[in-house]
Ligand binder design. Structure first.
Ligand SMILES: *[C@@H]1O[C@H](CO)[C@@H](O)[C@H](O)[C@H]1NC(C)=O
Ligand SMILES: *[C@@H]1O[C@H](CO)[C@@H](O)[C@H](O)[C@H]1NC(C)=O
Ligand SMILES: *[C@@H]1O[C@H](CO)[C@@H](O)[C@H](O)[C@H]1NC(C)=O
Length: 394
């Protein structure tokens, strides 16, 4: 008879407070444990540090609205079975120490949302995780301003790494020594140092967007086996010679929807084994020579860009499929590069009697001069049609 209460106790769900005997199954102080969701939630300003351990069958740790300031080295050494760790609304969280997540073999998601003081990712912060499965590391609404070299050193099997920065500086070796990263998405970049990706391999997509920076030489040096590098909707004051050199075995390099100051000659040389170079829908101020799009790519597509048309672009007419599908900006009356060049930049044999001669001389002078000259030429060549100009009409 006296056994009955014991039986009842066994049938009850596991205790959620400190009553259990085995400390490994105790819900941590100031946290609550949802057995059905396998979720440990530590919430509120009174929480000032991470729990030491969580009950062994629980998979998710949610740290919300706490006063926690840092994630110390080896924070999870007694929580190796966690699958998800989420930090949400932690106004004081500012430091992720080196080896903070070491040994989390089962981890699949590490997420930081709304952590306004978390502005740097330190060297080694994501080193030593030893994840057995694809891992997502996400920073959302968290204004990362600097990623230090070696932040992800020796990381591997990253399913997704997504960082929306604010005035973000990428230090040399920011993404160095990573083996396999499927989706890398970075925004808010204002500075990129050379050699961001040294010794990294097997990336599916490197996606940089909504950024404003210069591409110096050798940014992608020593990155190999990449499916796609996409730089999108960014402002790139200049793309240096050799910006992409040292990349090996890459399917596509794509620049799309950017506002680009200048693409240097030989910007894309030094890429080994490149499938496709795509430069589409950008506004480009300077693309002086054919060498600006020179590469060893199997296929080069330069399309739907808006260029600052001058007669320096005449080289493009040698490829009619390129000069027909790229367009001039206002100074070239939005015509295709080809019709601009045909109308404006006379053939050498005709130069003597052609009005186009002054334009060739003037392109290196001030833009206002150039604009007024080209406007005069437009009325001369194009008064009767849109985008189709006959030299004989002048
Ligand atoms: C954080 O906690 C404070 C007080 O404990 C509460 O007033 C506030 O609404 C909480 N904020 C969020 C985002 O949960
Ligand atoms: C890259 O690998 C080489 C050879 O193993 C090593 O000497 C170098 O220090 C590594 N660079 C980085 C940034 O890890
Ligand atoms: C077009 O190019 C000329 C010469 O390179 C430059 O002076 C001018 O500012 C450019 N125009 C625009 C709109 O960028």
């Amino acid at each position: 008879m006296s056994r009955l209460p014991w039986l009842l106790l066994l049938l009850l769900p596991p205790p959620t407070s400190t009553t259990a005997k085995d400390p490994r199954d105790t819900c941590p102080l100031l946290c609550d444990c949802d057995h059905d969701q396998k979720l440990v939630r530590c919430e509120g300003v009174q929480v000032i540090s991470l729990p030491d351990r969580v009950p062994s069958t629980y998979e998710t740790l949610l740290i919300r609205n706490t006063s926690i300031r840092s994630v110390a080295k080896n924070s999870f050494r007694k929580m190796e079975r966690l699958v998800n760790v989420e930090f949400d609304h932690n106004p004081h969280l500012s430091t992720l120490e080196k080896l903070a997540f070491r040994g989390m073999k089962k981890i699949r998601l590490i997420k930081f949302a709304s952590s306004p003081q978390l502005t740097e990712i330190e060297r080694g912060a994501f080193t030593g995780i030893s994840n057995q499965f694809g891992l997502k590391i996400l920073f959302e609404d968290t204004p990362i301003r600097r990623i230090h070299g070696g932040a992800f050193r020796n990381a591997h099997s990253i399913r997704e790494l997504s960082i929306s920065g604010v005035d973000l500086a990428l230090s040399r070796h920011s993404f160095a020594s990573i083996r396999q990263l499927d989706f890398l998405t970075v925004s808010g970049v204002v500075l990129a140092e050379p050699e961001l990706f040294s010794n990294s391999t097997r990336f599916h997509i490197v996606h940089i967007r909504h950024s404003e920076f210069d591409l110096p030489p050798r940014v992608f040096h020593d990155l190999s086996h990449v499916h796609h590098i996409l730089i999108e909707r960014s402002r790139l004051a200049s793309i240096a010679p050799d910006a992409f050199s040292g990349l090996t075995t890459i399917e596509v390099i794509e620049l799309s929807g950017n506002n680009i100051g200048s693409i240097s000659a030989r910007a894309f040389t030094g890429v080994e084994n490149l499938g496709q170079l795509k430069i589409t829908r950008n506004t480009i101020q300077e693309l002086d020579t054919s060498e600006s799009v020179l590469s060893t790519a199997w296929q080069t597509r330069v399309e739907e860009n808006t260029l600052n048309c001058t007669c320096d672009l005449k080289w493009m007419t040698a490829l009619s499929e390129t000069s027909d599908v790229n367009f001039c900006g206002a100074s070239g009356a939005y015509r295709s590069v080809r019709s601009f060049a045909l109308a404006t930049c006379a053939m050498p044999s005709r130069q003597k009697q052609s009005v186009a001669v002054p334009v060739i001389a003037v392109t290196s002078l001030s833009s206002s001069l150039f604009l007024s000259f080209s406007a005069a030429l437009l009325s001369c060549f194009c008064f009767s049609s849109h985008g189709f100009c006959l030299i004989s009409q002048c």
